[in-house]
Design a protein around this ligand. Structure first.
Ligand SMILES: Nc1ncnc2c1ncn2[C@@H]1O[C@H](COP(=O)(O)OP(=O)(O)OP(=O)(O)O)[C@@H](O)[C@H]1O
Length: 371
């Protein structure tokens, strides 16, 4: 396969650069969607850049997450993929079943189905859920006799039954998102673009949505989604990136990003009633000078211990050795959450990775311990 045109933009992150290199060298044989040095400046070539030279390949059966604080450039990237706006530079292509690269706007004609759930619900307040589904089925070219079955299946899968006969004007924000997602799923798309699909949904509805999306991914659909929920990204994404000021700042599986950018461990220690919490802090302080007491709830103490070599093994050893002497009932050691990694990136534009990089899809856990 011929390489795409372009140069590697140094960004300080080896995973992002190697993904860009993979795209530019054309090593994207298994990918359905390929973005190559995609850029967008609002206000022309000299305007402020909302998206800066992002490159990515997404294969079938992969759910890729675009994360970032508000204004990071996620929706702009999506709008370029959906054809709402044209890129200032670079391009995005989808790969047909015969291996041909076609522009996204001509994907339908080339037989690649794309479903899109925009951030703003594009619904008609006067139409009911059923009417939307029937109308979109017709637009998709689904034969008239199959429409009740196809629409009914989506109503069932997204739990829209109680609302489907009501006009959209009566829907809550979460129900509108469900209907928008159902419309994106019409016709079993090869590529699904979902811009904050679960915003405004209650926790139960979110889990139903995650199940539906997981089914689609397992059946070979390539999904790209944006979300402000780290829980959602952990549940759905095989790989993700955090965007800052229009650029990808890291890239890999949720586990890989936690391993690579997590700044330390959260240690929770539950003591016996009436025991001296001070003694626990003193003991930890002796072995880990940088330890910080984050808070105390009843008899549970929470500490933050910055990461350093062999730190995890030492933590387990110190706590196990002193369990009885310090009247510790039980303790736990946790890796930082994806949320913490996200906050660090959002707060500080260019953090330095703390550990040697592993493979982007690595599920490496330090010392193989159950953290
Ligand atoms: N039509 C526009 N004209 C000019 N600037 C724009 C336009 N749309 C977005 N921007 C700017 O581009 C940058 C990226 O915006 P974008 O909407 O892509 O961010 P986002 O990551 O999707 O944010 P959110 O999470 O709030 O949706 C922001 O600085 C924004 O102000």
């Amino acid at each position: 396969r011929s390489a795409f045109q372009g140069t590697v933009t140094p960004c300080g992150d080896s995973d992002v650069e190697s993904e860009q290199m993979r795209v530019l060298k054309g090593r994207t044989g298994g990918d359905l969607l390929v973005l190559c040095n995609l850029r967008k400046s609002y206000g022309g070539r000299r305007g402020a850049e909302a998206v800066r030279d992002v490159s990515l390949g997404v294969r079938r059966g992969e759910c890729f997450g675009l994360l970032g604080a508000s204004g990071a450039g996620k929706s702009t990237t999506f709008k370029m993929l959906s054809g709402d706006i044209a890129p200032t530079a670079g391009h995005a292509v989808v790969r047909t079943s015969s291996g041909e690269d076609v522009a996204l706007f001509s994907a339908g004609a080339a037989g690649v189905r794309i479903g899109y759930c925009p951030q703003q619900d594009a619904l008609d307040e006067l139409l009911t859920g059923w009417e939307h589904l029937r109308y979109y089925c017709s637009l998709c070219g689904i034969p008239k006799q199959h429409i009740p079955e196809v629409a009914g299946d989506l109503v069932r899968r997204l739990q829209l039954g109680a609302h489907a006969n009501q006009p959209v004007a009566t829907y809550s924000g979460g129900t509108k998102r469900k209907l928008s997602t159902a419309l994106a799923l019409l016709g079993r798309p090869d590529l699904l673009l979902l811009d904050e699909p679960s915003s405004g949904m209650d926790p139960c509805s979110k889990r139903f949505l995650w199940r539906v999306l997981t089914e689609e991914v397992l059946e070979g659909c390539a999904v790209v989604l944006t979300s402000h929920s780290m829980e959602e990204c952990e549940a759905l994404c095989t790989r993700l990136t955090i965007m800052v000021n229009g650029s990808f700042r890291c890239l890999g599986s949720p586990q890989h990003l936690r391993d690579r950018f997590g700044a330390g461990y959260v240690v929770r220690v539950a003591c016996e009633e009436g025991s001296a919490a001070r003694a626990v802090s003193d003991c930890l302080g002796l072995h880990f000078p940088d330890v910080r007491l984050q808070g105390q709830r009843l008899n549970v103490l929470e500490y933050h211990v910055p990461r350093r070599r062999d730190c995890l093994a030492d933590l387990f050893r110190v706590l196990a050795d002193n369990k009885t002497a310090l009247s510790i009932r039980h303790y736990s050691i946790q890796q930082p959450t994806l949320e913490q990694v996200f906050i660090d990136f959002a707060a500080e534009p260019q953090p330095t990775p703390r550990a040697a990089p592993g493979p982007a899809t690595s599920s490496h856990r330090p010392h193989g311990l159950p953290v």
